[in-house]
Write a protein of this length. Structure first.
Length: 72
C-alpha cells in the first residue's frame, strides 16, 4: 500500500496533510479516487500521478487542494 507516498511529501505539505499510521489508508484511498484508479493498484496510480500531476506545478497545487477537500 502507498508505495508512492514518499514521492508526494510536497503535495501532502501543501495540503496540510500529516500522513500517520492511522490515516494512511484513508489518504491512499482518496488518492486512488482522485486519479480514478481502482484502489490498491499502486503501480497504475503512481504512473498516473507521475504523468499527469508531478510534471506541472499548477496541477500539483490543484491535486493538493482536491486531496485536502476529499479528506475533509
Amino acid at each position: 500500500m502507498s508505495c508512492y507516498f514518499r514521492h508526494l511529501q510536497e503535495i501532502f505539505d501543501s495540503a496540510g496533510i500529516k500522513v500517520t499510521k492511522d490515516n494512511r489508508k484513508k489518504v491512499d484511498e482518496a488518492i486512488h479516487k482522485l486519479v480514478k484508479v481502482k484502489y490498491k493498484n499502486c503501480p497504475q496510480t503512481w504512473k498516473k500521478i507521475k504523468e499527469t500531476i508531478l510534471l506541472d506545478e499548477r496541477k500539483k497545487r490543484d491535486f493538493a487542494r482536491e486531496l485536502k477537500k476529499v479528506l475533509g
